[in-house]
Design a protein around this ligand. Structure first.
Ligand SMILES: [Zn+2]
Length: 498
């Protein structure tokens, strides 16, 4: 099998070696977030669901993404040529879709070795049984999974002072570095929130980033304690707090706000600030975004798969992740579980092939070198502001142009004049992924095409998406379940392009 540290190590090495400097953070001034999809191959004769720890598997990064930004509503375009959401997880997932399209091309057109083998129905493919995919992220996804309880000991009201750490982490948690309200919460030492936080013992953080920095109090922490499968009681014990004598003093906050029109956060001081389990929208720079938080999008992948609607035309079953691995950062196993799969239980009437498969969720003890936390530690007391890197890097395991670096949703360096021209499109934009999909489809002989695209005349992106019947049925089933009913969908005119 594999360990969380092996997955993290592989992704960090891939980032360092395979990604060029372009699009990476400027040293000592900028930081970024990293996500990736890792292909796991079991040895011959073994299926991917083996749990034997001794079994040696092959691991390979097949897609990677970096990025911290999300464009506001007013910047959205009906032509499908801008990336709305450039959080690392979303870039890694779109890059993964590009990889899947290439693998389908290998299988269906070139008849070469591929991750896909023929399915039972005409024109449909299925994943080879010895393969599975692990999702890696250097940080907890924004939104619900980032609402992490901080424990406070009732016996020891003077827990280690963790202000530095708190500043780092809260900003990282909020993801929205331009959100002034959050900044005030996290960085004003005199605000009531900051004072409260000072007393708290961030459950996972103590064995995380802080220990790495050698901050006060870190000596108390057992470094080999992995919180991965611990309950709140055990976590407290691991952090030197007697069982039964702690309370949740506060929560790490997410900058992602609840979707409009729903009962939202209580915004009361301390632990009552956030409501958990809700859908959230990513923050923007003054301009509201229409992008759901990464926690929400990943929950959706747990039910609908990672391939999206278009690719479903070619697949017998959705492509599910078998595991999610998170790098060293504030982390709560409970919050991760709740956000990614807990909210998706007992969905009624999912079509055949869909479900909510078991998802292994683990944390690695390895820190991403260009995370906010690591950069902050490296630069020590240098003057100047630490800022999130504005660029997003996409990498896919494809032979041609594996890299795609964007800023503000367009290829880096795009001038205002060029916007709208074919060269001003990211390879992972909606319109370009749609183009690759159409190219694949048109290369397949008419009588070999899947029924869903052979029996009817389809034209626009919207029509192709809607024609993926099982996928749409599963999506409707998910939206009948709370909290997913309030998912913000882009108006249909944003999907009319051809
Ligand atoms: Zn995010």
């Amino acid at each position: 099998m594999w360990t969380a540290d092996e997955i993290a190590q592989l992704c960090y090495a891939h980032y360092n070696v395979r990604l060029p400097k372009r699009g990476k953070p400027e040293p000592n001034r900028e930081w970024t977030l990293l996500a990736a999809v890792v292909k796991i191959q079991s040895p011959a004769g073994q299926t991917c669901d083996t749990t034997d720890k001794e079994v040696q598997v092959t691991k390979e990064v097949v897609s990677m993404g970096t990025g911290t930004k999300c464009i506001g509503q007013t910047k959205m375009r009906k032509s499908g040529d801008i990336l709305n959401d450039s959080h690392a997880e979303i870039i890694a997932r779109r890059s993964f879709q590009r990889y899947l399209l290439h693998q389908l091309h290998l299988a269906a057109i070139l008849k070469e070795d591929s991750i896909f083998v023929p399915g039972t129905q005409r024109g449909l493919w299925k994943l080879r049984p010895d393969l599975s995919f692990v999702f890696f992220s250097s940080h907890t996804p924004c939104g619900d999974a980032s609402i992490i309880p901080m424990l406070e000991s009732e016996e020891q009201p003077c827990c280690p002072v963790v202000r530095n750490w708190t500043n780092n982490s809260s900003v990282e948690r909020s993801e929205n570095l331009e959100d002034s309200k959050n900044k005030r919460n996290c960085e004003d030492p005199d605000s009531p929130v900051a004072k409260k936080v000072k007393l708290g013992t961030p459950a996972r953080a103590l064995s995380g980033c802080m220990a790495h920095h050698g901050m006060p109090g870190s000596g108390k922490i057992k470094p080999d304690v992995s919180s991965s499968n611990l309950t709140m009681e055990e976590l407290a014990a691991a952090n030197g707090i007697a069982p039964g004598s702690f309370r949740v003093a506060d929560v790490y906050r997410t900058g992602a706000k609840c979707v409009p029109g729903e009962t939202g956060d209580l915004r009361e001081p301390g632990a009552a600030y956030h409501q958990v389990g809700l859908l959230r929208v990513k923050p923007g720079r003054g301009d509201r975004t229409c992008s759901m938080s990464c926690s929400d999008k990943m929950a959706r992948w747990s039910v609908l798969g990672c391939q999206g609607a278009l690719l479903m035309h070619f697949l017998e079953k959705p492509i599910y992740l078998s595991a999610v691995v998170i790098g060293k950062c504030p982390y709560s196993q409970e919050a991760m579980r709740r956000a990614l799969t807990g909210r998706c239980q007992n969905i009624v009437a999912l079509p055949r092939g869909f479900g909510v498969p078991e998802l292994r969720i683990e944390q690695s003890s390895l820190l991403f070198e260009q995370s906010r936390c690591a950069v902050q530690a490296q630069r020590a007391d240098r003057p100047g502001r630490l800022v999130p890197c504005g660029a997003a890097i996409s990498w896919s395991a494809v032979p041609e142009h594996p890299l795609d670096v964007t800023a503000n949703g367009f290829p880096q360096g795009t001038t205002k004049k060029e916007i709208g021209s074919p060269r001003a499109r990211s390879r992972i934009s909606k319109v370009e992924l749609f183009r690759s999909f159409q190219k694949l489809l048109s290369s397949i002989a008419e009588d070999k095409r899947p029924d869903s695209v052979r029996m009817q005349k389809l034209d626009s992106y919207q029509e192709y998406k809607e024609a993926a019947a099982a996928y749409q049925e599963a999506w409707s089933a998910l939206r009948r379940k709370q909290p997913f009913a309030s998912w913000i969908r882009n108006p249909p005119d944003y999907h009319q392009f051809k």
